[in-house]
Write a protein that binds this ligand. Structure first.
Ligand code: SF4
Length: 73
């Protein structure tokens, strides 16, 4: 199954991911960074298994994130 990987510690809080996919991303009021909804913390990164459809949607977001910290595998 495909996965979204989010290197959250490097997030600059620009909000692009939330603006593009508000169902899948939240902006933390605590630290201002983006949070990938339902993702699991593994080592230093957040990982979320997704369907191929969501994987394809997220490809656009991997290019839109200004610091390139969202990956799809
Ligand atoms: S687009 Fe990237 S840098 Fe901007 S809030 Fe989302 S994860 Fe953080």
């Amino acid at each position: 199954m495909a996965k979204i990987i989010h290197y959250r510690s490097k997030c600059i809080g620009c909000g692009v991911c939330f603006e593009m996919y508000p169902d899948q991303w939240r902006m933390s009021k605590k630290d201002g960074k983006a949070t990938l909804v339902n993702a699991i913390l593994k080592k230093d990164v957040f990982v979320l298994p997704v369907t191929n459809y969501i994987q394809q949607l997220t490809q656009e977001l991997t290019r839109a994130c200004p610091v390139k910290i969202i990956k799809v595998l």
